[in-house]
Design a protein around this ligand. Structure first.
Ligand SMILES: NC(=O)c1ccc[n+]([C@@H]2O[C@H](COP(=O)([O-])OP(=O)(O)OC[C@H]3O[C@@H](n4cnc5c(N)ncnc54)[C@H](O)[C@@H]3O)[C@@H](O)[C@H]2O)c1
Length: 347
């Protein structure tokens, strides 16, 4: 029989519902408590998913003796505090992406996990996707050779969130770079072997989000009066192994259409994410290899399964806090470089 894992949820909004559903589908996992400052949202989640204990303060939840693990699903400004508190009270933690708003916060989270000897996992689900795992197998078999460069794009033509606090820098830490750029960076960086960044150059531009919408779009009427984040961010990251990664990320950009993709360029072969493909030379010919079937695993379920397996001591997590911290250094580097107009060196 699977070892019982009892979980508490902090923040029961949009993404928490995916966590709850994926957790409740795992053999031996039980969600025993939930917390939200919004009592209506909390009550609805507790009733829908049959969660027995509810709290409006995360402190009451993390103090529960019967809980083994906590899932932190609050907005970015409130990732660090409940994560550190849960780890200090001996709980394992999965925290949603981005890990936090700053490198300082992420460092405190990693240190707390180390001190408490507990698992800390970041909600980076794209690395668990069938496409990414297919590319990982190709990399492990040496098909790409040495990966030199990753081109990453998470671009929306007009997709400024018109809900939540995504346009508020003080609550989110930034705009598209920290919200959606983080997704494509985390998976490309993982496939590159998680190298350490040494320098970042970046630039951020705001030109549409701080004004009322002038055109029809799928997500109209965002709150332009509170909009303090970038519409478009670009960056170039240098790593300690000589590899580089470029990132383009936007909530709004004058482009043909949205794109969420990376291309890895190695000295023997290459790969891209969507559609998944391998590029290689064989028999004197350049081939584009399209897989017939990569698998039908659901990436989000896989990330939750990976977390639970790590909590049970069955494996090391695929997206540990240390990886979240490296990605945070990249994100913060882009913002700092944009503010200063200079390349930022990373320690
Ligand atoms: N992995 C993914 O694909 C993915 C997708 C969406 C969102 N996210 C991340 O999940 C996080 C939450 O996003 P969301 O879309 O669910 O937002 P949301 O606004 O729908 O939900 C957040 C919830 O947290 C609650 N909350 C705020 N402060 C709190 C506090 N101090 N204590 C307890 N609860 C508190 C809010 O009341 C709200 O119900 C963000 O960090 C976001 O980046 C990840």
């Amino acid at each position: 029989m699977a070892k019982k894992v009892r979980v508490g949820i902090v923040g029961t909004g949009g993404i928490a519902r995916s966590h709850i559903k994926s957790l409740q589908a795992v053999d031996g996992v039980e969600i025993v408590a939930a917390c939200d400052v919004n009592e209506t949202v909390l009550k609805a989640a507790a009733e829908t998913y049959g969660i027995p204990k509810t709290f409006t303060s995360y402190r009451d939840l993390v103090a529960l003796k019967e809980i083994d693990a906590v899932s932190v699903c609050t907005p970015n400004f409130f990732h660090k505090e409940p994560t550190v508190a849960a780890l200090k009270s001996g709980k394992h933690v999965i925290v949603e992406k981005p890990m936090s708003m700053t490198v300082k916060e992420s460092e405190a989270m990693v240190a707390a996990a180390k001190e408490a000897n507990r698992v800390l996992v970041i909600g980076f689900q794209f690395r668990y996707s069938s496409q990414a795992q297919m590319i990982k197998r190709a990399i492990d078999e040496g098909i790409l050779g040495n990966i030199l460069y990753a081109r990453c794009q998470a671009l929306r033509r007009r997709g400024i969130p018109n809900w939540g606090v995504f346009g508020q820098k003080k609550l989110q830490g930034g705009g598209p770079m920290i919200d959606i750029g983080v997704h494509i960076i985390e998976v490309a960086h993982y496939l590159m072997g998680s190298p350490q960044p040494v320098a970042v150059t970046g630039a951020c531009y705001t030109y549409l989000g701080d004004k009322p919408s002038q055109v029809k779009s799928q997500w109209p009427n965002w709150d332009y009066k509170t909009y303090t984040v970038e519409d478009l961010a670009v960056g170039l990251i240098r790593f300690d192994n000589g590899a580089t990664l470029s990132i383009e990320s936007s909530f709004a950009a004058h482009i043909e259409k949205g794109i969420f993709n990376f291309t890895l360029m190695g000295d023997k072969g290459g790969a891209c994410f969507d559609p998944p493909m391998i590029f290689k030379d064989e028999a004197g010919t350049m081939f584009n290899l399209s897989p017939d079937f990569v698998g039908d695993e659901v990436a989000f379920d896989e990330k939750i399964l990976d977390f639970i397996a790590a909590v049970r001591g069955e494996k090391k997590p695929t997206a540990p806090g240390e990886h979240g911290l490296i990605v945070q250094k990249i994100l913060e580097g882009v913002y700092k470089s944009s503010e200063t107009g200079k390349e930022v060196r990373i320690k």
